[in-house]
Write a protein of this length. Structure first.
Ligand SMILES: C[S@@+](CC[C@H](N)C(=O)[O-])C[C@H]1O[C@@H](n2cnc3c(N)ncnc32)[C@H](O)[C@@H]1O
Ligand code: SF4
Length: 385
């Protein structure tokens, strides 16, 4: 039976500002001017309301993730204020993982040591590629050398985990060029690589005018196979579709994938919170103007929507997250984190096992190697009718 007090709780903090808008990016981010102090005050007010509305006292935050946008545009003082403010509103676990997403521009890299001192213990650097040609096509304002300097600065600052975001399936890329990016990253003392396939998202500049010479499906499959072989040989384990690590899984994202709970504060942030009687999803106003104007209804005027997740949607959402993980999740999480019982889906699970898509494992819901590459086929079976 679900015991919501036992479900791990994370906190996502969205900073929607960027120095420029990249042509591939459909995140809630924009090049707009901002008043740091006004935004910090709104974030903390937003959190205070969520904690009160959902009676979260008694639960501890086990991970905090500053995502964007570009959180590293914020001053060290602002990040300190946010962290101290959070601690006054809700308990933070003593071993809390605290990640900050950073762009590798020199003005931001200069703050790395001070971020570490302020309590950030994991840094995620948006490298994307070490090829200056590709960085240009991607509209990035940093160079390959800037990216290398950023990783060195992060090593020096002493974060307990360094992640680099890299993208593949880039224009003119073949396996050799993709491997050059991975090799350059893996040669540093980093513990984590998020290796994303470039997707052309609707509403982006790339959607309107795609870049020339994107690799075709076969070339992308070759790049992925070569990258997998290389990363494995370098001691990286793929634990999720895009996440590779040398023994330091991202606790924050792992909690999403294990159907844990999370609060989402800031413009456009999403949250998922389990209560004794229901599971709800929260969504804050995406427009910074509307967010700061507190345009919604009380009790949380920062929220554009708060929706109950119905039982048949819970199973879909549970599997959508859980099966992204190579090891899947313990079966008991279904009963501990949703309003379902194991028997409710057992017929379907047996069918998927018989089709070779799910592993015949009494303790875990997890895909087979074959099923991992056919996730959409599996998930279709869980779509609520
Ligand atoms: C929230 S973004 C931004 C972090 C930071 N602002 C930056 O740009 O480095 C997190 C990561 O998502 C990835 N990403 C964004 N758009 C993508 C796309 N269309 N396809 C694949 N990966 C994408 C990039 O690797 C990016 O670093
Ligand atoms: S990729 Fe990062 S820097 Fe570029 S627009 Fe998106 S959030 Fe901003």
């Amino acid at each position: 039976m679900k015991n919501h007090m036992q479900i791990p709780l994370s906190l996502y903090v969205h900073i929607p500002f960027c120095a420029q808008k990249c042509p591939y990016c459909d995140f809630n981010s924009a090049k707009i001017s901002f008043d740091e102090q006004v935004y910090v005050a709104a974030l903390l007010d937003d959190l205070r309301r969520d904690v009160e509305i959902f009676a979260l006292n008694g639960r501890k935050i086990q991970s905090i993730f500053f995502g964007g946008g570009t959180p590293s545009l914020f001053s060290v003082r602002a990040i300190c204020e946010i962290l101290q403010g959070i601690g006054k509103i809700i308990d933070i676990a003593s071993d809390c993982e605290i990640t900050l997403e950073a762009n590798p521009n020199s003005s931001e890299v200069a703050k790395f040591s001070a971020y570490r001192q302020a309590g950030i213990n994991r840094i995620s650097i948006g490298v994307q590629s070490f090829s200056n040609e590709n960085l240009k096509v991607l509209g990035r304002i940093h160079s390959s050398n800037d990216a290398k300097n950023a990783i060195l600065a992060a090593e020096k600052a002493g974060f307990s985990c360094i992640n680099t975001d890299l993208m593949f399936a880039l224009p003119n890329q073949n396996s050799d060029l993709a491997l050059t990016d991975l090799k350059t990253a893996a040669d540093f003392a980093i513990e984590h690589i998020s290796w994303y396939q470039l997707t052309i998202e609707e509403g982006t500049a790339f959607f309107a005018a795609p870049p020339a010479n994107l690799p075709d499906e076969d070339a992308i499959a070759d790049i992925f196979a070569a990258g997998r072989e290389f990363l494995t040989a370098q001691g990286f384990e793929q634990y999720e579709i895009s996440a590779w690590t040398r023994n330091k899984k991202c606790r924050h994202n792992h909690n999403y994938w294990q159907f844990g709970d999370y609060l989402g504060i800031g413009a456009g942030a999403h949250g998922k919170i389990s209560q004794a009687q229901e599971i709800v999803r929260t969504e804050k106003f995406a427009s910074v103007k509307k967010y700061l104007a507190r345009s919604g209804k009380n009790p949380n005027p920062y929220a554009a929507a708060v929706k109950k997740v119905e039982k048949d949607a819970q199973v879909f959402e549970f599997m959508l997250n859980a099966l992204r993980l190579k090891d899947g999740v313990p079966r008991q999480f279904l009963t501990e984190r949703t309003d379902l019982a194991l028997e409710d889906i057992d017929g379907l699970i047996q069918d998927l096992i018989a089709r070779g898509l799910l592993a015949n494992d009494n303790d875990f819901y997890r895909t087979t190697e074959f099923g991992f590459n056919q996730l959409n086929i599996i998930l279709e079976e869980f779509i609520p009718s």
